[in-house]
Design a protein around this ligand. Sequence first.
Ligand SMILES: NC(=O)c1ccc[n+]([C@@H]2O[C@H](COP(=O)([O-])OP(=O)(O)OC[C@H]3O[C@@H](n4cnc5c(N)ncnc54)[C@H](O)[C@@H]3O)[C@@H](O)[C@H]2O)c1
Length: 262
Amino acid sequence: MSLLDHPFDPDRDTALVTGAGNGIGRAIANALVGEGVRTVFADVSEERVTNAIAGAPRPELAIPWLGDLALRAERDRLLADAATALGIVTHFVHSASPPRRESDHALAVSDDTWTAMREVNVDAGFQLSRGLARKLIAAKRPGSFLILTSLHAGTPRNLPHYSTSKAALTMLVKELAKTLGRFGIRVNALVPGAIVAGGFVADPGMVRHVPLGRLGRAEDLAPMALAVLSDRVSAYVTGTSIVVDGGISLTNWFDPPALGDL
Ligand SMILES: NC(=O)c1ccc[n+]([C@@H]2O[C@H](COP(=O)([O-])OP(=O)(O)OC[C@H]3O[C@@H](n4cnc5c(N)ncnc54)[C@H](O)[C@@H]3O)[C@@H](O)[C@H]2O)c1
């Protein structure tokens, strides 16, 4: 059998993907069910989840879940519902993130927008990871978690609520990886570049900054996500950030924001 055959064990592996209704989360959730892994598709949008599952390669393996991950009670409900549907969740992907608006620069972003970004990205990432890890530890099972961060964890994006939350997630990955490694739970970050998905409206001129000559697609992230999630392929990989960006991080392409009337 080739090393890359059967990256998952459909009899034992199960997955929860947040933000599975669209973009990168949807591409990863689709790829997981395509590998035979029963997967909870969690998202705030019913229409998106319905469409994502309808287009999945094996929709019978997809379990829809609707809720707002900005709310702590909803995050608790997701943990409970995932346990009911799947028993133990062995693979977790955190891709949900509120929409980004270019007008939300440092002098404009509202308190509510700031808080919602932190709640969905950081608080949900922590609470869900810890809740799932506790179950895995109690069951003496290994696991693998993958958190979507950003190149803007390290360079400003003119969106301070977004970049600071992604920087926090980058450290959360390291904290969790260090604590959970002894239990066989791996935690890594996946770092997309400029990916044309719902969360990012790309200026077509940006392509000149991409050494591989095109903007990314959500489907560009899925194979690497599966590789890092798979214990067969990546058993000795934890606490790291894996960049999938066509090389755009070799340049620095965002101009300072237009501030308008102050
Ligand atoms: N697209 C890019 O270029 C890019 C670049 C760097 C990082 N990322 C990161 O990758 C991840 C996915 O990005 P994308 O472009 O595919 O995003 P997207 O907007 O296409 O998808 C995000 C999904 O999250 C869901 N969501 C939003 N708020 C939610 C909430 N409160 N509760 C539950 N679900 C909620 C949305 O409904 C949507 O389906 C994000 O974490 C993003 O920050 C994306």
